[in-house]
Design a protein around this ligand. Structure first.
Ligand SMILES: [Mg+2]
Length: 205
């Protein structure tokens, strides 16, 4: 291993991963899902707000204090996510890292967690299908917070669960909102590509 990477795992007690685009690639019809959520919102509240994302729609529902509608939205998201779950593509380098983390200087006592915008069933099912569910101890999914990435709430929840310092955690994701959430939580965060390259270099040597 000669390639320099910007982080070290030796002091880390918890390694957190995003799910979609980080551990696996989901193949849900996000466009139709967004449209379905948006139509529900307009029909239910008779308000046409220009929502930019699914999280923005859900945030509006949270602001209206409508927990029942929020649960129905979670169910709809879950339904779309699970529809094509068997077509999930695991990202093989990341699966390799998770299965062989000690090769990368990760302490054998380090814990793994997922912080994702996908629903819990999607997280659990995806990890199960990739054969790595038992490597993980804690999961924060769509239903587990009321403020979504780039807000840091999910990471704060994970810090609280493991009772570790932000410095003892590291987070990998594939989007800028992942890194923003990390920065807001004071948790070192990196694009998953850095880890994918590290795995490729280790396997080559
Ligand atoms: Mg992602």
């Amino acid at each position: 291993m000669t390639k320099k990477i910007p982080y070290s795992f030796t002091e880390k007690k918890v390694i957190v991963f995003d799910l979609d685009g980080t551990i696996v690639r989901l193949v849900a019809d996000w466009h139709s899902l967004f449209k379905a959520l948006n139509s529900r919102f307009i029909e239910k509240y008779q308000k046409a707000i220009n929502h930019e994302s699914m999280s923005a729609i859900l945030s509006s529902v949270v602001k209206l204090g409508d927990e029942e509608e929020l649960q129905l939205n979670f169910n709809l998201i879950q339904q779309y996510e699970l529809e094509n779950i068997t077509s999930n593509q695991p990202i093989k380098e990341v699966i390799y890292f998770i299965n062989n983390k000690e090769l990368f200087g990760v302490s054998p006592n380090a814990k793994l967690a997922v912080f994702s915008l996908n629903t819990r069933s999607t997280i659990l099912k995806s990890l199960e299908m990739a054969g790595i569910l038992d490597k993980f101890e804690f999961f924060v999914g769509r239903e587990d917070v009321r403020k979504w990435k780039p807000e840091p709430d999910g990471l704060l929840k994970i810090l609280d669960y493991f009772k570790v310092d932000a410095k003892e955690m590291i987070y990998f994701g594939d989007l800028e909102k992942d890194l923003l959430a990390g920065a807001k939580a004071g948790v070192e965060s990196y694009y998953i590509d850095t880890l994918i390259n590290l795995v490729r270099n280790i396997k080559k040597s």
